[in-house]
Design a binder for this molecule. Sequence first.
Ligand code: ATP
Length: 262
Amino acid sequence: MGVILETQGLSMFFGGIRACKDFDLRMREGELIGLIGPNGAGKTTVFNLITGVYRPTEGKVLFLGNDVTGLAPYRITRLGIARTFQNIRLFGNLTVLDNVKVAYSSKRRIGLYSALRRGPLFVAEERKVEEAALGLLDRFGIVDRSGELARNLPYGEQRRLEIARALAVEPKMLLLDEPAAGMNPSEAEDLIRLVQRVRREFGVTVLIIEHQMRVIMRMCERIMVMDFGETIAEGTPAEIQSNPRVIAAYLGRRATHAAGGQ
Ligand code: ATP
């Protein structure tokens, strides 16, 4: 399998804060890699650098061999990288179906004239989008919720919908930012199965940030660990769990918390 995503010496400084330093990642097509680290380690910054939210202070992002460093987020999405956010970002006042339709529509092009006339081309296109969106919701087990407002869905289903919406743009790569946050153990269990299924059935490469260790250890074959902007370890779940630097990073933060620090 070829390399799909590569970051080279990716660094981001905010004034004096070193959010991410020399971050090097190579992902092969179809891989599922976990990115972990204590709060403020720089994980979301890495996602923001890959998806064009930030332009790195130094370093490069290569996607399928092309330099995509600092391209606008919508262009990166079009090239095939979709993401979800730490705080769910759905259109709460739109229906579940419309949330997915919006994402599908962003992928399709229809002339303004045809859209305003609501001509046959537009109607046919609308029908195609609706069928595709319903099909996707069906695969995610939430098609019976299509007509409900997104904000009325239980938490676990909102997360599910967010992932479905991300897949509507037919990405090659999916970045999931703490998808199990706030989930109870049974919802987290469902999520593990869902992500594994999505990876298999949609053929996407997945990079996932997650704080729930049980989730990350069960889901990923390779894990990268960050602390204070730097990569401090990389390896299999077993290697990571027994790595002294990783243990120290997590215990260190807890000790500082207990002492009343950050
Ligand atoms: P968490 O697990 O709590 O979400 P994280 O590992 O995702 O943390 P980041 O959000 O990437 O960490 O933040 C890394 C560091 O960079 C933190 O010290 C944070 O305060 C800082 N930082 C992130 N974004 C900005 C910004 N836009 N401006 C200034 N500092 C920032």
